[in-house]
Write a protein that binds this ligand. Structure first.
Ligand SMILES: NC(=O)c1ccc[n+]([C@@H]2O[C@H](COP(=O)([O-])OP(=O)(O)OC[C@H]3O[C@@H](n4cnc5c(N)ncnc54)[C@H](O)[C@@H]3O)[C@@H](O)[C@H]2O)c1
Length: 386
């Protein structure tokens, strides 16, 4: 096997998700292992970090073993030594940046949302296809160990006929006034490409369709729980996007479900995200890593509300979590973002098929748009196939 280099520009390299998940947890380990086997060859990613802040770029480059970096995107795009462009910079400038990369003849891989609207996403897709370029979108959550177990249960037929599902997601994101916010402030400004729907619903699309099949229509309600926030520099601003969304979902297969997402809720559930599926053959509930299942035969016959025999305490000793079996690990843990990089590198370097292409990323945006429209207009919105 020969080792070949593949030049990849990482734009927005100093940002939270790029520096930590894409670089430190995915590409740096691939490099440290001597590259990625792809077809007949081993592909060694040659990385060029791109962004705005030279000090931070130099810092991140040094932390990851002395990588190349540049604050001049045009020069990076004109360098034929880097045929792949990855964007994980700010959401609001994504379309413009990807257009420049396509014009420069780069294969593109991008964080979500791939565009603010499906229409703008389709224009990017046409431009990339016209030049014969490869394309991909980050769809990492399907590779969370808990969700992989859920998918295996679906594939094994465990659920019988799937009847319903619900996803619960979120935690309290401090407003930056009472306590430091755990998320960048652009997430709470329309002009910065913020809002919970465009941030999280792209994920819910591929997670739901990847595990349970096509979505037919949705109805959403959104609101802003925390209306005043402070930015990184301390200045106050009024939040002009939603931080909470409840969504009803109808699937083509007949199942119905709900997604409850919020950055203004406190966690009292098994995990930061939980996904429960109910079927005639059994139910299962997954978190990020773990998954528990209850088969039809193990389902307790619950007679109704038990309020306890002792009128003084009203305590009951029933634990409704008993009778759920933990689904065993399928194999060693691998970072969910790394699955995407391995797939995309093999797609570019060896022509391997890659499901999470730009069309998939646009379908992700289509769900976000449908929910935004539903929330604004107060009605169900159809999700026709692209
Ligand atoms: N797949 C996921 O689960 C996931 C998780 C987090 C973020 N994201 C996506 O990744 C992107 C970045 O999110 P983040 O949380 O890392 O944000 P961040 O604010 O930490 O990082 C954004 C980066 O973009 C850079 N940037 C901002 N404006 C720029 C400009 N005009 N030109 C060049 N660089 C610019 C910033 O300097 C920073 O390096 C967003 O699009 C977000 O939706 C995806």
């Amino acid at each position: 096997m020969a080792t070949r280099e593949l030049g990849i520009i990482l734009h927005g390299a100093t940002g939270g998700v790029c520096s930590y998940q894409h670089l430190r947890n995915s590409l740096a380990p691939i490099r440290a292992e001597g590259g990625l086997p792809a077809g007949e060859d081993v592909i060694m990613p040659k990385l060029l970090l791109a962004g705005r802040n030279p000090e931070r770029l130099a810092e991140v480059a040094a932390e990851n073993g002395g990588l190349g970096w540049t604050a001049d995107l045009d020069s990076a795009l004109s360098d034929p030594g880097y045929p792949v462009f990855f964007d994980a910079a700010a959401t609001h400038q994504r379309v413009q940046v990807l257009k420049r990369a396509i014009a420069a003849g780069k294969h593109i891989y991008t964080e979500k949302p791939v565009a603010p609207s499906a229409e703008e996403g389709l224009a990017l897709l046409r431009a990339a296809e016209a030049k014969g370029l490869k394309h991909g979108a980050v769809e990492d959550k399907l590779f969370l160990p808990g969700f992989r177990k859920l998918r295996q249960l679906v594939e094994s037929g465990f659920f019988g006929r799937i009847i319903g599902f619900h996803i619960e997601f979120g935690w309290w994101v401090f407003d930056g006034i009472a306590a430091k916010s755990q998320r960048p402030s652009w997430n709470y400004r329309k002009a910065g490409g913020g809002g919970l729907i465009s941030d999280m619903h792209p994920h819910w699309r591929y997670v739901i369709e990847g595990i349970l099949g096509p979505i037919e229509r949705v109805a959403a309600m959104s609101w802003t729980g925390q209306t005043d926030r402070a930015g990184e520099a301390g200045g106050r601003f009024g939040v002009d996007v939603e931080d909470s969304v409840h969504t009803l979902v109808e699937l083509a297969g007949g199942a119905r479900g709900a997604i409850l997402s919020s950055w203004s809720t406190r966690v009292r559930r098994d995990d930061l995200v939980t996904f429960q599926v109910d079927g005639t053959g059994g139910s299962a509930a997954a978190g990020l890593r773990r998954c528990w299942a209850q088969a039809a035969g193990a389902t307790p016959a619950i007679r109704g509300f038990l309020m306890g025999r002792d009128p003084g305490t009203m305590q009951v000793s029933v634990d409704y979590r008993e009778g759920w079996q933990e689904v065993p690990d399928a194999g060693p843990y691998k970072n969910p973002y790394r699955f995407g990089w391995e797939g995309f590198i093999r797609h570019v370097a060896a022509g391997a098929p890659f499901d999470a292409d730009l069309r998939a990323g646009i379908r992700d945006v289509q769900l976000a748009e449908a929910c935004q429209r539903s929330a604004a207009e107060g009605r169900w919105i159809a999700m026709p196939r692209l």
